[in-house]
Design a protein around this ligand. Structure first.
Ligand code: TXA
Ligand code: MG
Length: 344
């Protein structure tokens, strides 16, 4: 059976959200937009509804879900205590693309938190997401909308084939704004640890006067049986079937020369580069990532989903600066390339 489709691409009809909110209350799944990526939502307090998410995505049960709320009152039932730093982060970045890890209460089903004592919570800023939660009047557990291992869905056209029929409703609001998933943080001994980089950056958090620690696994490879704070980081993610290599240099000239060199040894390749470098590479197989770091962030998952259709032997991807939002992009790209990385 096909999913029921709600088209908000040109106009949002808020009354239509009620149908989808009812489905959430009845224990069904709804695919909905957030400002980062699309999510597959279920009532976070209903263990049975949440188990449907794991089936729809083919997701490992030891990978916890983020719980989405529409107002701070909802937190009371979900977390045992809220520290001062967390309070400050909430005041500054909610609603928005920041997930904060808290100690959870017993109300949070074990499958939401993958049997951890903690739960990740965020208040999205997308008005459709907020209204969906508010009308459902329950927190919504939602991972990114994609089959596990694939790039997260930022455009319904990219994911409809893999998810149609697996959810009750699909709410289509066009391309999502930010394009990479939320920043995930956990406060430990008064330091803010970034477990997954996103639009809210280290620099943004430091401006509030907090010490920020970037977890090593964000750009480094995770060794077998190494313990990571964010279970999602262990899994193969974002990688196309075609072999990809990420090339990075602080000097743009070195970067371009290295890619040209690779193009000589590997003739049947595809180059993914910044718009400004498009004419530098002598091939027809190339995709422009965007002009700014924000554009690249928005486009990157859609581009990664296209590369297999080029039928090449190697995809060569230009790296971006590893600071601010660039760090989030590099984290996704390095994983898309399965740590096949050249720094020159
Ligand atoms: O932007 C986003 O965060 C999107 C939209 C839909 O909100 N959601 C999303 O969810 O990206 P998901 O499930 O694809 O990624 C959640 C990440 C995973 O890496 C997971 O391991 C981590 O957050 N996570 C969730 N709960 C956690 C917890 N209690 N402790 C540590 N990491 C946690
Ligand atoms: Mg995901």
């Amino acid at each position: 059976m096909k999913s029921k489709y709600i088209d908000f691409k040109n106009r949002i009809e808020y009354e239509k959200i009620d149908e989808a909110s009812n489905a959430i209350r009845e224990g069904e799944l709804v695919l909905f937009p957030t400002e980062t990526v699309y999510g597959i939502g279920a009532n976070a307090l209903d263990e049975n509804a949440v188990s449907k998410i794991f089936i729809a995505k083919g997701r490992q049960s030891d990978n916890p879900l983020i719980v989405h709320i529409s107002n701070s009152d909802m937190l009371k039932d979900l977390v045992t205590d809220i520290g001062n730093i967390e309070k400050n982060l909430m005041e500054n970045f909610w609603p928005g693309p920041l997930t904060i890890i808290f100690n959870k209460t017993k109300n949070v089903p074990n499958n939401v938190s993958a049997n951890l004592d903690t739960v990740g919570i965020r208040m999205p800023s997308n008005p459709i997401a907020l209204q969906l939660i508010e009308k459902a009047n329950v927190p919504i557990a939602a991972p990114s909308a994609n089959i596990s291992g694939k790039p997260s869905g930022t455009l319904i056209e990219d994911i409809i084939e893999e998810l149609d029929g697996k959810v009750e409703y699909i709410i289509d609001a066009g391309m999502t704004d930010i394009g990479v998933e939320s920043t995930v943080v956990r406060v430990i001994e008064n330091k803010v640890h970034i477990l997954r980089p996103g639009k809210i950056t280290k620099e943004d958090i430091e401006k509030l006067g907090f010490e920020v620690v970037i977890e090593r696994h964000i750009l480094d490879e995770i060794k077998d049986n190494e313990k990571v704070m964010s279970p999602g980081m262990k899994y193969r993610h974002y990688a196309p079937n075609t072999k990809c290599v990420l090339v990075y240099s602080e000097k743009e000239e070195n970067l371009i020369n290295k890619i040209k060199e690779l193009m000589i040894t590997q003739k049947n390749c595809l180059v993914i580069c910044k718009n400004e470098n498009m004419e530098k590479y002598d091939t027809n197989n190339k995709i422009a990532m965007g002009r700014t770091i924000e554009e690249i962030s928005r486009n990157i998952f859609t581009i990664l989903r296209k590369v297999d259709s080029y039928n090449v032997d190697l995809v060569i991807i230009e790296g971006v600066e590893k600071n601010e939002l660039g760090l989030a992009i590099m984290n996704r790209l390095i994983r898309a390339c399965e740590h096949n990385y050249i720094e020159c």
